[in-house]
Design a protein around this ligand. Structure first.
Ligand code: DGL
Length: 270
């Protein structure tokens, strides 16, 4: 019984960590496509092709359910995968739904008319491809009225994190927050719409100031997965072993992952 967790690189480890804490008995197979990161500057077709082949790899590993712990893949590829590609008996879920549910204070399947929610000025930080997809704004508009969303494409942050250059990542976070706040001086909520960004959550919060509520996905996704598996226990696939797979250099990727999660993580080649 294993669940697959996919990201373009290391960012999905923030989700894996929260899921491992919430569901300690479920083996998790993580696949980071570090050889092709960042996805956020790629075309939707490219993101679709890379995401389907990584997801297939996780199916082959004994996972029937794969979480795309990557907003870029969730925004640019998930709907097309669900409509045309996911094989019978398998499921692929993204990371958008739990975030939208938290922000709009209602369940995904609630089809009542959009209504007012607490957050009025929302800052969205995400990759260029996620921002360009406008997927977040579209899903929000179905459910909430009167919410002003200002999106900031945070070029370079994923590359800096993948390279382990946290000084550069910090400088880029500050400059992206500055740019956002020139467009929206007083956001009341900020969404870290890329699973790499929780690794910089302290820096985002410091740059935004204490009055901005920062929504980060990891715990929301873990809670939503626990709820899903309670309803669909058969979706835990036949795999028995946890594993960390990478398309990048396993030695480098293991060192960064160990640094980020503060426990020994050993990747092997995908
Ligand atoms: N962690 C991915 C996300 O959530 C990063 C995408 C990228 O590789 O640019 O969007």
């Amino acid at each position: 019984m294993a669940v697959g967790i996919f990201d373009s690189g290391l960012g999905g480890l923030t989700v894996l960590d929260a899921v491992a804490k919430r569901l300690p008995d479920v083996p998790l197979v993580y696949l980071g496509d570090s050889a092709h990161a960042p996805y956020g500057v790629r075309t939707p077709d490219d993101i679709y092709n890379l995401t389907t082949s990584a997801t297939q790899r996780l199916f082959d590993e004994g996972c029937d359910l794969v979480i795309l712990a990557c907003n870029t893949a969730s925004a640019a590829a998930l709907r097309r995968m669900q409509e045309n590609w996911v094989p019978q008996g398998k499921r692929v879920l993204g990371v958008f739904v739990p975030m939208i549910e938290a922000l709009t204070e209602r369940q995904w399947g609630d089809n009542s008319p959009p209504r007012e929610v607490a957050a009025k000025h929302v800052a969205l930080f995400a990759t260029p491809a996620t921002v360009a997809s406008r997927a977040f704004q579209r899903e929000l508009a179905f459910r909430a009225v009167g919410v002003d969303v200002e999106a900031q494409a945070c070029g370079g942050v994923v590359d800096a994190i993948e390279d382990g250059d946290m000084i550069l990542a910090d400088a880029l976070v500050r400059s992206h927050v500055d740019a956002l706040m020139r467009k929206m001086p007083q956001p009341d909520a900020a969404i870290l719409g890329c699973t790499h960004y929780p690794l910089m959550e302290t820096e985002f919060q410091a740059a935004l100031g204490p009055d901005v509520k920062v929504f980060s996905q990891a715990n929301l996704v873990a809670e939503s997965l626990a709820d899903y598996l309670a309803r669909r226990p058969e979706m835990v696939g036949p795999g028995l072993e946890s594993a960390f797979l990478t398309t990048g250099d396993p030695v480098k990727v293991s060192a960064r992952a160990t640094q980020f999660l503060r426990r020994q993580i050993t990747f092997t080649a995908a």
